[in-house]
Design a binder for this molecule. Structure first.
Ligand code: ZN
Length: 75
């Protein structure tokens, strides 16, 4: 396997990525991975990306079929 494993939000934090979220409507959003990991931990929710992706909703159109990927942190 040549690519990094990003199964959990903690993997994003460890690799220095933010969470880039894409919606089919064209809307893109970037979420601070460390802040999200902290929030999930406090809410005792799953840190697994498959659960996070299922929970996310587009802030523009409200659709739930969004796609997550790694995004570089803005400097
Ligand atoms: Zn959307």
């Amino acid at each position: 396997m040549g690519s990094k494993r990003l199964d959990k939000i903690g993997d994003y934090v460890r690799h220095g990525f933010d969470l880039q979220v894409f919606c089919k409507c064209g809307h893109k959003a970037k979420i601070d991975a460390a802040a999200l990991a902290d929030r999930l931990h406090k809410q005792r929710q799953s840190p697994m990306m498959m659960f996070i992706e299922a929970k996310l909703r587009c802030s523009k159109c409200g659709r739930k079929d969004v796609t997550c990927g790694p995004g570089w942190k803005d400097s």
